[in-house]
Design a protein around this ligand. Structure first.
Ligand SMILES: N[C@@H](CCC(=O)N[C@@H](CS)C(=O)NCC(=O)O)C(=O)O
Ligand SMILES: [Zn+2]
Ligand SMILES: [Zn+2]
Length: 188
């Protein structure tokens, strides 16, 4: 059997709702769950094959989106959160008990500063924006995935309507490059 891409897309992608106004994310602890409240829908939802994004067990990809930081509030059991790697660009706040990443925040100068990274599968609400593309697909190989199996993974992603990239999508790469160009100009 083909390995799971991600449980929320293996059987097809359900489109989100334009009218959706947000919901709550919960960690996977049986009790005293960390709760994060998101006010509004997410943007740029995508699947990510990188080694740093949190994936549910058995899944090849994470599903990760962004949302403005002002729309993100930790509303219960925030004392269970800790940053998993303080040196990373995205400071991923994970539950110390179950390991789930509740939100990732960028503190340093960066094109995406002001946006938090979240996993909407941690919510019971329906209507979140659906994944729009597949990022960091070749990163699976770095994590031990057989390179010979990559064409079938890319084909399954394409069948689901997801374009595959080995970094972010072109508009997001353009935003990163435009930011870098602006910084370079400012430093001259
Ligand atoms: N090939 C690397 C790619 C890692 C990477 O660049 N991840 C992207 C997508 S989440 C990123 O923006 N990382 C910044 C960070 O995690 O702080 C891996 O799999 O670890
Ligand atoms: Zn937890
Ligand atoms: Zn990632």
């Amino acid at each position: 059997m083909a390995p799971s891409l991600h449980p929320s897309i293996d059987n097809g992608i359900t489109k989100g709702s334009d009218k959706f106004s947000g919901g709550k994310l919960h960690c996977q602890c049986p009790t005293n769950k960390v709760e994060v409240t998101l006010t509004g829908n997410v943007l740029h939802n995508h699947v990510c094959g990188c080694s740093q994004c949190w994936k549910p067990s058995g899944a090849l990809f994470a599903v990760i989106a962004v949302i403005p930081v002002e729309n993100v509030k930790v509303t219960a059991n925030g004392d269970k959160l800790s940053i998993i790697d303080g040196k990373a660009t995205i400071l991923r706040h994970a539950c110390k008990e179950c390991g789930v990443h509740l939100y990732g925040r960028i503190k340093k100068k960066h094109a995406f500063k002001g946006l938090d990274f979240v996993h909407v599968e941690l919510s019971d609400e329906k209507g979140w924006q659906e994944p729009q593309f597949a990022a960091f697909v070749s990163s699976l190989i770095e994590q031990g995935f057989d390179p010979n199996e990559m064409p079938s993974v890319r084909a399954r992603l394409n069948e689901l309507g997801l374009q595959t990239y080995d970094a972010l999508s072109p508009p997001l790469m353009d935003a990163l490059a435009a930011f870098a160009a602006k910084e370079k100009k400012a430093s001259l």
